[in-house]
Design a protein around this ligand. Structure first.
Ligand code: ZN
Length: 231
């Protein structure tokens, strides 16, 4: 079943309204994984694409309620198909400050559980500066800066989830296209394993989804207070 934004009636803020948007992110892109003809993992008629969309909308609303001046951009806010490159183009065209992709995990071993957070692998082209080498050097410096920031954000998300007794299996580095081609700090969160009974029940519950979304926002606030004020 497709759930759209207006289906969510809860409202919540994590910050005092008068402090809102003091140096908080101007634009955050939230990317609900899969969609349309691409259902992602499916367990007991529960489709990953729907859970990804539901938690994306909850997180977006939570950010908007807490920081009304922050623009939340969804790569999709309904059940439509988007290819991976379109998702990165949306984020890059918007010149977003942050890209968060949300997915659910699956493993044939149903005992495997927990949240996994992915950031890009270190960017390699140190030994490949030929033509346009100045642009190349700028790209490497920027990309690695984004990777470092993404790792720090992942650490804060892990910390916040752990504080709320949500098991984080790993922070990993990978070359997933959506985090590779976005020109900003980018993370991909697998919010739990649909193939694991406990994870399934939790991420399929509205309490579970809200709790995870709140933890992500709290981590964004911590990250913003520490990292964004360094420069
Ligand atoms: Zn997925």
């Amino acid at each position: 079943m497709l759930l759209i934004c207006s289906n969510y009636c809860y409202s919540n803020t994590l910050v005092d309204k008068k402090d809102n948007n003091i140096n908080f992110f101007k634009k955050i892109v939230i990317d609900a994984g899969h969609g349309g003809k691409d259902a992602g993992a499916t367990i007991n008629n529960v489709l990953e694409k729907n859970i990804n969309l539901q938690i994306s909308l909850i997180l977006g609303k939570l950010i908007s309620d807490s920081y009304p001046k922050t623009e939340v951009i969804y790569t999709r806010n309904q059940d439509n198909y988007l290819c991976l490159s379109t998702r990165t183009i949306i984020a890059n065209n918007a010149k977003a400050d942050l890209f968060i992709s949300l997915h659910c995990n699956y493993h044939k071993n149903c005992s495997i559980n927990g949240v996994e957070i992915f950031v890009l692998k270190p960017f390699k082209s140190y030994f490949n500066f030929k033509k346009n080498y100045i642009d190349n050097i700028k790209n490497v410096i920027l990309k690695n800066k984004f990777i470092n920031e993404s790792i720090i954000l992942s650490y804060f998300i892990k910390k916040e989830l752990s504080k709320n007794n949500i098991f984080v299996r790993n922070i990993k580095q990978a070359n997933f296209l959506v985090i590779k081609h976005t020109k900003m700090p980018s993370i991909l969160i697998e919010i739990g394993y649909l193939s694991n009974k406990d994870d399934f029940l939790y991420i399929n519950s509205s309490i579970g989804k809200k709790k995870i979304a709140k933890c992500i926002l709290k981590a964004l606030i911590t990250y913003n207070n520490i990292v964004c004020n360094i420069y």
